[in-house]
Design a protein around this ligand. Structure first.
Ligand code: AMP
Ligand code: ZN
Length: 112
């Protein structure tokens, strides 16, 4: 499948990994919007939040556990944001489910 994040999972495309286990991968966003900007993705290809269902949702809970651990490791005690964009109106540019973990500065409050 021609998916850039699947290629990052397989190692075909390099990334700055910050965490990996059997189910998920976390790596630095190539175009950071904050001092800390990490993408956390399932290794399994799920095209976006609209494709989460009862068969694959456990990995989403796991991603949030990893996000909390990374936020702690990165000393984001004053706050952080987790965002997922789904579909063109939300600006999703990579069709492999990913959660942005943003922090390290006072984040812009505009959400929509
Ligand atoms: P979204 O717009 O929510 O789909 O987010 C996609 C994100 O993936 C953007 O923030 C991009 O900067 C990031 N991105 C795209 N290609 C790569 C890559 N090869 N390595 C790291 N981040 C990437
Ligand atoms: Zn993929």
């Amino acid at each position: 499948m021609d998916c850039i994040f699947c290629k990052i999972v397989s190692g075909e495309i390099p990334s700055s990994k910050v965490y990996e286990d059997e189910k998920v991968l976390a790596f630095k966003d190539i175009n950071p919007m904050a001092p800390v900007h990490i993408l956390i993705i399932p290794k399994e290809h799920i095209s976006g939040a609209s494709e989460i269902n009862e068969n694959n949702s456990a990995v989403v809970a796991h991603i949030f556990e990893v996000a909390a651990k990374l936020a702690s490791d990165m000393k984001l005690e004053s706050g952080f944001r987790i965002v997922t964009n789904c579909g063109p109106d939300a600006g999703q540019t990579v069709n492999h489910l990913h959660f942005h973990l943003l922090g390290g500065k006072k984040l812009n409050l505009q959400l929509g």
